[in-house]
Design a protein around this ligand. Structure first.
Ligand code: ZN
Length: 230
């Protein structure tokens, strides 16, 4: 990966009648990963996409597919998503009966292993597995729907997770997901995030996808500095 900061458009806000074109537009505009928000209608009320969509994405882009499983007992589905072409599989601590074995299975399938937690879940719940993960995701909205407003109370959680990862010397990506825009991105970047999911701010940007990505990248390239006081 060449970029110090990762921009991962979430296709949750894409126009699915033009999914291939829109992913190509993201790639051409400099997106680093494509984020796929999988919801099962159970762990979260909404129902979105499964391995079939991941497989379709895999055919149209070489970018890593960053698959976020908002799914109860995700261990049932890991192999199907890996076979479909997922590059990263991120699971929720709240949804895994045996988080360690689930993360081990993700790695055994050849994918990068990610862990995440809901805004109301204490960060201590994922501390015991941080040494095992390639990616730690902080949800900055309550999961379930695209287009929600960023929750500012999640920023200290990003900062706390940055300290935990640094303390164990982990090179894991610290990703944020939910309500990320040119306005909210500087705050979470200053807290130590280095991978940024954006849905609405890319796919619904008034001047188009490429312009939306450009605006976010400009924010990432500014030197906001890391704040240790958060
Ligand atoms: Zn997500």
């Amino acid at each position: 990966m060449n970029n110090e900061f990762i921009l991962a458009p979430s296709i949750l806000s894409a126009d699915f009648t033009r999914l291939g074109e829109q992913i190509a537009e993201c790639e051409a505009a400099g997106a680093d990963w494509i984020h796929v928000d999988v919801m099962d209608g159970h762990f979260v009320p909404n129902l979105t996409m499964g391995p079939f969509i991941v497989e379709a994405c895999r055919r149209v882009t070489k970018l890593p597919l960053d698959v976020h499983l908002m799914v109860e007992s995700p261990e049932r589905l890991l192999e199907a998503f890996a076979k479909a072409g997922a590059s990263h599989l991120t699971v929720h601590v709240e949804a895994c009966p045996d988080l360690r074995s689930t993360l081990q299975e993700i790695k055994a399938l050849g994918c990068a292993a990610g862990v995440t937690l809901n805004p109301d879940t204490p960060i201590a719940s994922i501390e015991p597995v941080l040494h095992m993960v390639d990616l730690a995701l902080v949800l900055t909205v309550h999961p379930g729907y695209s287009g929600q407003a960023f929750l500012p109370e999640t920023t200290p959680k990003v900062a706390a997770l940055r300290r935990m990862l640094d303390a164990i010397g982990s090179p894991a990506w610290l990703e944020v997901d939910g309500g990320i825009s040119a306005q909210t991105l500087p705050e979470v970047r200053a807290a130590g995030a280095n991978a940024f999911v954006a849905a609405h701010a890319v796919f619904d940007y008034p001047e188009g996808i490429a312009a939306g990505i450009k605006v976010l990248r400009e924010q990432l390239n500014k030197n906001h500095g890391l704040r240790r006081d958060l």
